[in-house]
Design a protein. Sequence first.
Length: 387
Amino acid sequence: MSKTLRIGMIGYRFMGKAHSNAWRQVNRFFPDLPAKVELDTICGRNATAVESARETLGWGRAVTDWREVVNDPSIDVIDINTPNDTHCEIAVAAARAGKAILCEKPLARTVGEAKQMVDAVRKAKVVNMICHNYRRIPAVALAKQMIENGELGDRIYHFRARYAQEWLANPDFPLVWRLQKNIAGSGTHGDIDAHIIDLGRYLVGELKEVCGMMETFTKTRPLAEPGVMPPQPTADGRTGKVTVDDAVSWIGRFKNGALANLEATRFAWGRKNNITFEINGSAGSLFFDFEDMNRLKFFNAKEEQHRRGFTDILVTDRMKHPYVGNWWPPGHILGYEHTFVHTIADFVRAVAAGRSTHPTFADGLRNEQVLAAVEASADSRAWVRVK
Ligand code: SOE
């Protein structure tokens, strides 16, 4: 009889919805998991909203105080999907309570907070993971396998990535928490540049030094009506200061000599959630575009010159491609929500085994150290070494 893991999830909006779907689906599509999960308790500050989320998303209980969930002896796992300013306090308390912890990205607002979280999980010896779901897109997991198998050669020259959205290009979009440094820690940088930094570290390696620039295009915005979704300006027309970056662009060097070139923006009209990367190695190249997330383009330089070209791999082979065997026959493509099911399936295996899997809080801390170095470089207009 497999173990039962009772889940307590804190936060119930976009990530709460994506995680709830994954918790509900994981035992159905990964029947070999060594544990059954139970959607025990969902937590949010607004009692009416979290009760509605409980019913809609399929949780047993709804509470409004996260401490109640963290201190509940019947809860095995804490899943943190709250705004960035509460990640550290909740994770440290959850570690002290002996819970396994899954935390949405970015790990924290600062390197200091991330260090506290890493220290807490290490001291408590609890399984921990930061939810960088894009690592478990089958095409990205295949890219990882191909690089590790040497299919790009023994040397990587370039990692170029862009993460572009458009949702803040409208200057009238209200001043939500992601635009306030005291809550978010940073803007586009920690929100979505964090994702492509994580992919660079996962696929290519650790960064040695960086040189970046940041820009805040819209410096004031209408205040947001509290608790209203989608965000609406307050009736009184008051405005507030944007205290974070709107866009970031940076270059860097990996420790293995590869060059990095990354850009993240939430001001790119026409780009809804566009993640692209290209990796060039001594024996070939890979290209990925999240808007076509079931495909991976591969150029094999070892082919005869007159026959070389980018191969367009449809990553749906049940036997050969990561994760897809748990879903449908070849060609029946997957979506954004499946990346969370893959992440949570591997997390459940880790919790049952009592051994963390990638990306851990230590990865989240290394991502924060890169974020901080890029921000320091943008401030000083000079190259900065990643601590
Ligand atoms: C907003 O930019 C956001 O929801 C990010 O916070 C997520 O991490 C990303 O996957 C989608 O866009």
